[in-house]
Design a protein around this ligand. Sequence first.
Ligand SMILES: NC(=O)c1ccc[n+]([C@@H]2O[C@H](COP(=O)([O-])OP(=O)(O)OC[C@H]3O[C@@H](n4cnc5c(N)ncnc54)[C@H](OP(=O)(O)O)[C@@H]3O)[C@@H](O)[C@H]2O)c1
Ligand SMILES: [Zn+2]
Ligand SMILES: [Zn+2]
Length: 346
Amino acid sequence: MRTTVGWQADPAPTLRRVPVERRALRPDDLAVRVDYCGVCHTDLHALDAHDGAAHTPLVPGHEFTGVVTETGSEVTRFAPGDPVAVGNIIDSCGECAMCRCGQENFCRAFPTLTYGGVDRHDGSTTLGGYSREYVVRDRFAHPLPPGLDPAAAAPLLCAGITVWEPLHALGAGPGVRVAVAGLGGLGHLAVKLAVALGAETWVVSRSPAKGDDARRLGAHGLLVSSDPDQMADARDRFDIVIDTISAPHDLAACLRLVAMDGTLSLLGHLGTVTLEVMDLLVGRKKLSSAGSGGRQATAAMLDFCAQHDITADIELLPSARVNEALDRLRRNDVRHRFVLDMSDLD
Ligand SMILES: NC(=O)c1ccc[n+]([C@@H]2O[C@H](COP(=O)([O-])OP(=O)(O)OC[C@H]3O[C@@H](n4cnc5c(N)ncnc54)[C@H](OP(=O)(O)O)[C@@H]3O)[C@@H](O)[C@H]2O)c1
Ligand SMILES: [Zn+2]
Ligand SMILES: [Zn+2]
């Protein structure tokens, strides 16, 4: 075993600085010095779910960048000193139909999550990137393209890929109208990516004050979700609605925005939803979802971001301020992603 330092909830909700054990390197493992880790709203959901739970350690963090410090004996893709990025899945069965077609994120045996997952070899609970070192199977580490700022690129590895896969799969591009509901971490990257793909892109938000942000990100404009006139005017207008809203909400309002044969992709709230089928029937609309991304898609997304100079808009904080970042994220007081600088853990 190797020992590093990280931020752990045990029990939640406050994270404390504790020693964190990492496994000794397997032949196909990398040790990564974690430099920057994004704060995803899923980390908040995980902390909330963990509160009061039996004593399983929870170290959140599943979008990080850093540098390879050591490689296992069979690793050929990476060498010490290489900049790398790791996202929210770190292993899969590698054999099922999904893995074979490059959709490791849909692995039939379920992909191993970066934290709160179960290691496929030793059965241990995975501990996330709010720590100074991570050990990861080389297949699930991605070379960080030169030119991408490592701090601002960290959120690409969860927020970015999560919105990239559905935008890509649903054909976002010139002549396609996209609406992004919720202008947070996922939402602002969805706007940047959809704009760079050439789609006419709008934001749907509770917060009229985010209008300037939306336009600065390249959106045509912002629809205020609480304004019935604006929402009525936008009826049937969008081929793709990317819904990143982090809380349960009225799907009917989002479906009314979808054009005939268009799709609502529900990415934010992953629980049970209530749906009136008539809201799909009228306009032959589709309801879909997505999560994370396969290895190929992640590499393609990183290349696209490097070509188009896309990274997250971040507020960088020393990792010791992680609890403040989580509190502010809970209050929707973030533009648009917190990233933790892990160097204070040395
Ligand atoms: N599918 C996946 O694999 C995947 C991956 C990562 C994250 N997620 C989930 O995606 C969601 C968004 O994550 P994030 O990191 O982007 O969160 P975030 O930065 O907090 O953004 C969420 C946005 O949702 C809107 N919102 C929040 N509460 C709302 C409410 N009660 N009603 C209406 N709108 C509300 C806000 O936008 P406005 O102020 O603009 O209205 C907020 O900025 C989370 O639930 C997260 O767990 C899913
Ligand atoms: Zn995430
Ligand atoms: Zn599989």
